[in-house]
Design a protein around this ligand. Structure first.
Ligand code: NAD
Length: 492
């Protein structure tokens, strides 16, 4: 299927607690389709009492279902089945994801759903790999660490890749034997419910994976602060991440993993091989999902001698993009998630121009053939490190361009005052590439490419205010475990 009728998609509403839908609560949230702004459903907002019910249900399942105590290979088998069910459900999940999010249906089919299934499979395989270590002690003692789950983990996800981001949280947590209460974004609440349904169908005990609906201020905050929560894992903005960290500190010094915002540079040197490919990469890394990507390559830093040529080629790629509804087969430029977010993007671009930037391309709303919010890919030149569009995470398809003459200048421009999520380095000189890999303060550096592959073993996560800890990789699995130290005296 490469297109669908949005009016024909049926969504299940409510929270998902103990293996069934719970559609209760007086307060409800309208859920709109970004493609045309139409409110197509509502979800209940979980208050503190509903959060208590969901977390206590998970806690009881953790204690009594045998999920944590079963043979790890058995747990792995259930999670592999879960991954299979997700993959087999693509025809349902992909349109559901595309309907209410900014993910064009072709991308949802080709990437979001397969990537979600494969990520779950990847962590299924971890379930029996890390149990702890035996320590080097004298022969009178046996010292060891035993890996144990935390209990109930609170997972909070953003709207920009609802399924994939949720799976990066739940898969390692479940594989490590935890129960999870997931709160998806209030703007994209539905695919997480389907995920939880499929988990139960695969044999994950009811209550081990619960989903609660609601906003950040009431629902998210109550979830994070619940005394039964053993750990919090969050993906979202730096501002919210800081609030969650404070809430974790105040409510029991809970450990926290934070995957936050970014302002990632793309450095292009004059010797970069195949400039056309580089232009496509740069354009793709800021126009994909309309720039609503934590890792968006939003700051182009280019050696002066090729700046005009590269910018011209990027513009050519931008000109090929087709804005449109997520349910159309030919959409290559996604809508902005909401009118408010589009207005924010517009305002940042306008203010940056007012303060001296030159608009080279775009800088305006687009007609996506729908009443949704579409914004043109945009290029801003003549900016400095102080320009708003260079400092702030715009979360829209806005690329700033700065030029450099020397490697030292390039490195200085690459470092952002606050963020350190990712960077791209495009050069034929391996020595230079490695110097930049070492020099750039970022959690990920891509060389002559930009973006992930399906090598889930490579973790992702930010330096500085881009986050704490990692998603994916062995690191994310270990972060869902706590390690008990045991020392046995063998003389008595
Ligand atoms: P957001 O911070 O507004 O919301 C994220 C989630 O947190 C939502 O579910 C929201 O309801 C919840 N929330 C809000 N306030 C809360 C509170 N006080 N307590 C508990 N929960 C609360 O972010 P968003 O707009 O949904 O997502 C976009 C942001 O996410 C961008 O900054 C982007 O860079 C970031 N992001 C980071 C990564 C990464 O891996 N580093 C990946 C995707 C998105």
């Amino acid at each position: 299927m490469d297109s669908f009728d949005p009016g024909k998609i049926v969504v299940r509403r409510g929270h998902f607690i103990g293996g069934r839908y719970v559609d209760e609560g007086t307060q409800r949230i309208d859920v709109a389709r970004p493609s045309d702004g139409v409110v197509y459903a509502t979800v209940p907002l979980a208050d503190a009492a509903m959060i208590d019910r969901a977390v206590e249900n998970s806690r009881a399942a953790f204690k009594t279902s045998g999920w944590a105590s079963m043979a790890p290979r058995e747990r792995a088998g259930i999670l592999r089945r879960f991954a299979d069910l997700v993959a087999a459900d693509t025809e349902t999940l992909a349109p559901l994801e595309a309907l209410g999010s900014t993910r064009p249906v072709r991308d949802a089919f080709a990437w979001d759903v397969p990537f979600t299934a494969e990520g779950i499979r990847f962590y299924a395989e971890f379930a029996d790999k890390i149990g702890g270590d035996v320590a080097a002690t004298d022969h009178d003692h046996l010292g060891m660490t035993i890996a144990e789950p935390y209990g109930v983990i609170a997972a909070i996800a953003p709207w920009n890749f609802p399924l994939v981001m949720a799976s990066w949280k739940i898969a390692p947590a479940l594989a490590a034997g935890n129960a999870v209460v997931l709160k998806p974004s209030e703007m994209t609440p539905f695919s997480a419910l389907r995920l939880a349904e499929l988990a139960v169908a695969a044999g994950v005990p009811a209550g081990i994976f619960n989903v609660v609906q609601g906003d950040g201020r009431t629902t998210g905050d109550a979830l994070v602060r619940h005394p039964r929560i053993g750990k919090v894992t969050f993906t979202g903005s730096t501002r919210t991440g800081a609030a969650i960290m404070a809430a974790c500190a105040e409510s029991g010094t809970k450990p926290v993993t934070l995957e936050l915002g970014g302002k990632s540079p793309q450095l292009v040197f004059a010797d970069a091989p195949r400039l056309d490919d580089v232009a496509r990469r740069i354009a793709g890394a800021i126009s994909g999902n309309a720039g609503q990507v934590c890792n968006a390559g939003s700051r182009l830093l280019v050696e002066r001698s090729i700046a005009d040529e590269l910018t011209a080629r990027i513009q050519q790629v931008f000109a090929e993009l087709r804005a449109g509804a997520t349910w159309r087969p030919d959409t290559t430029l996604a809508p902005i998630i909401s009118e408010a977010q589009a207005a924010r993007v517009e305002a940042i671009v306008e203010r940056t121009i007012k303060h001296g930037a030159t608009l080279c391309y775009g800088g305006k709303r687009m007609d996506g053939g729908m009443s949704g919010a579409f914004y043109s890919p945009t290029i801003l030149a003549d900016v400095t490190q102080q320009s708003e569009a260079v400092r702030e995470e715009v979360f829209g398809p806005v690329l700033t361009v700065q030029t450099f003459d020397t490697d030292d200048e390039a490195l200085e421009l690459a470092q952002h005052a606050d963020y350190g999520l990712a960077a791209g380095v495009h050069t034929a000189d391996i020595g230079r590439a490695l110097r930049f890999v070492r020099g750039i303060e970022a959690g990920t550096v891509w060389v002559n490419r930009y973006g992930r592959t399906s090598d889930f073993i490579i973790p992702t996560g930010g330096y500085k205010r881009s986050g704490i800890g990692k998603d994916l990789g062995r690191q994310a699995y270990e972060a869902n475990l706590r390690f008990k130290s045991v020392l046995i005296d063998m003389r008595s």
